[in-house]
Design a protein around this ligand. Structure first.
Ligand SMILES: [Mg+2]
Length: 270
């Protein structure tokens, strides 16, 4: 990984889409930072397409799509995308001018009431001391999230790895974020839904030089592997041993401050 300051002007000038993970990429200890939220606004106002790509649930994505300065959000590790579309500016009624929330679900997404997911959860509870349901589970449609580090007691990464082994053994898909183990049945990930969404929504033609993605942890690896201009915030170093495909660039600062550093680098060169 090269320092983000080493990104070339020609590389930066081609970027149209700024994609980012949420937890520990634009947040720190669960809070969205002023620095990173300001960076989202600056990117949006500079004309970039701003799209968070997260393991967070559908319920959060409704809020993010409506409330944040974004062009859409991909949630539940690629099960869904939510975005707002503006009604016709010619509309005379106020109701016609309000944006409309649009939703897209991955064609392979399977609802999270699947019996295999229930069995994985039971086995994890029996075999991994301290593992528990994520508190945002009620807002999820397609995956189950088991918490190992969002709240106390924080469990070692090895606990998350144990859950992963159980889930893979049952034939599920699984990704470890900085806080949760996400487990689902459909064949999709953050990357496949991102590409689907960009094609459908923005008629993106597949030019990878137009994308920058910023992440922090192993569940971002499909994005790191795909995008030549992928970046990480400095806290990725905690997981270096768990990630085969590291991103090209890394910020000097951690979490949201690292995201703001990357955004500013991009803004300075455009
Ligand atoms: Mg993260």
């Amino acid at each position: 990984m090269k320092n983000i300051a080493k990104m070339g002007r020609a590389e930066a000038a081609g970027i149209r889409y700024v994609l980012m993970d949420i937890d520990d990429t634009i947040t720190r200890q669960g809070k969205l930072l002023a620095s990173s939220y300001t960076a989202l606004w600056k990117l949006k106002e500079a004309g970039f397409r701003v799209i968070p790509v997260t393991g967070r649930p559908a319920g959060w994505c409704d809020c993010i799509a409506r409330e944040w300065p974004v062009d859409g959000v991909i949630g539940e590790n690629g099960a869904l995308a939510f975005w707002e579309e503006s009604a016709s500016p010619q509309g005379t009624e106020i109701a016609q001018r309000l944006p409309i929330l649009k939703t897209m679900y991955h064609p392979d997404a399977i609802k999270n009431d699947h019996p295999i997911l229930a069995r994985i959860r039971e086995r994890a509870f029996a075999q991994v001391p301290g593992i528990r349901d994520a508190k945002d589970q009620f807002a999820r449609l397609f995956d189950i999230a088991l918490d190992f580090a969002e709240e106390e007691p924080v469990l070692p990464l090895s606990a998350a790895e144990q859950v992963k082994t159980i889930a893979l053994g049952e034939g599920a898909r699984v990704k470890i974020s900085s806080i949760h183990v996400n487990i689902w049945m459909g064949s999709y990930d953050k990357l496949s839904m991102t590409e689907l969404f960009l094609k459908e929504r923005f008629n993106w033609q597949g030019d990878l030089a137009e994308m920058i993605f910023v992440g922090d942890s192993p569940n971002d690896e499909p994005m790191f592997a795909r995008f030549p201009l992928a970046c990480a915030v400095a806290n990725i170093r905690r997981y270096e041993g768990l990630i085969k495909n590291l991103p090209a660039y890394v910020a000097t600062q951690e979490c949201g401050d690292g995201f703001a550093e990357i955004a500013q680098t991009l803004l300075d060169m455009n």
